[in-house]
Design a protein around this ligand. Structure first.
Ligand code: SAH
Length: 240
């Protein structure tokens, strides 16, 4: 009986060490893929902010995509994350992060947590990150992914991001990763003086990424890039 137990234990050890080796090998490959992603998809396309490049080089994107897509985690495209939603293309994440000109001690709010990847990138740059996800299943998954990758400091809640997170406002920066047809009033109000908001606005036939800056209480607006995001929905699944 005792001998049997030892054998079982030894087999388990063998399995565990074999598994670890595979994980180690993959980790190296992932690191290489990540470096390549930063060079070819991000730097090469003009993203120059060192903090953004470093953040994208550090966050392990493969932990934020479903297992069956892991090998594509660093490819130049959005990927499905379940619930009909997608994780944005790495370049779009970098572009939206850079344009916010974040400083370390600033407060940033994200609407549309999705996988949690963008929130992790923000957390590499800023100490204070809040993020809201309307889909409870995705919110739970993102919480787990953020905890497992060392970003437990990100404040995440499941709810309707149209309303923002008033309790913690004003925010120096707001990043919206789902598209409403207008800039939500609560988000405008929760932006601090000097604050920046990057948001895809859906005009019906096309979506445009808009950069807003609050100057003397007024929002100055600039269109920066045509994009395609999933729609911003309320809790009943109705489009804003
Ligand atoms: N930033 C994400 C990708 C976002 S996909 C990432 O890094 O993975 C857009 C997300 O916005 C989806 O998960 C969708 O469920 C969510 N969403 C849609 N409407 C929302 C709302 N009103 N409030 C909060 N999240 C919303």
């Amino acid at each position: 009986m005792k001998k049997g137990l030892i054998v079982v234990f030894q087999i388990q050890l063998l399995l565990i060490s074999g598994f670890c080796q595979v994980v180690d090998m993959n980790a190296e490959e992932y690191l290489e893929a990540r470096k390549e992603m930063v060079e070819r998809q991000i730097s090469a396309r003009g993203i120059a902010d060192k903090r953004v490049l470093e953040a994208m080089g550090r966050v392990e994107r493969h932990h934020f995509v479903p297992e069956q897509y892991r090998s594509f985690a660093y490819s130049d495209r959005p990927l499905p994350i379940g619930e009909g939603q997608t994780i944005s293309q790495p370049y779009v994440v970098a572009f939206m992060t850079e344009i916010l000109e974040l400083k370390k001690n600033e407060k940033v709010l994200e609407i549309g947590t999705g996988s949690g990847y963008q929130a992790a990138v923000l957390a590499e740059i800023c100490d204070n990150v809040w993020t809201i996800e309307v889909n409870e299943i995705l919110a739970e998954r993102a919480r787990r992914a953020l905890d497992e990758t060392g970003y437990s400091s990100v404040h995440l809640r499941s709810g309707d991001g149209y309303l923002g997170w008033e309790e913690h406002s004003p925010f120096n920066a707001i990043i919206v990763t789902c598209a409403p047809s207008n800039v939500p009033r609560p988000l405008q109000d929760q932006l601090a003086e000097g604050g920046r908001m990057i948001i895809p606005v859906d005009a019906g036939f096309a979506q445009e990424l808009i950069l807003l800056r609050k100057i003397e209480g007024k929002l100055v607006r600039r269109e920066v890039l045509p994009v395609r995001f999933v729609p911003m929905l309320n809790k009943d699944g109705v489009k804003y």
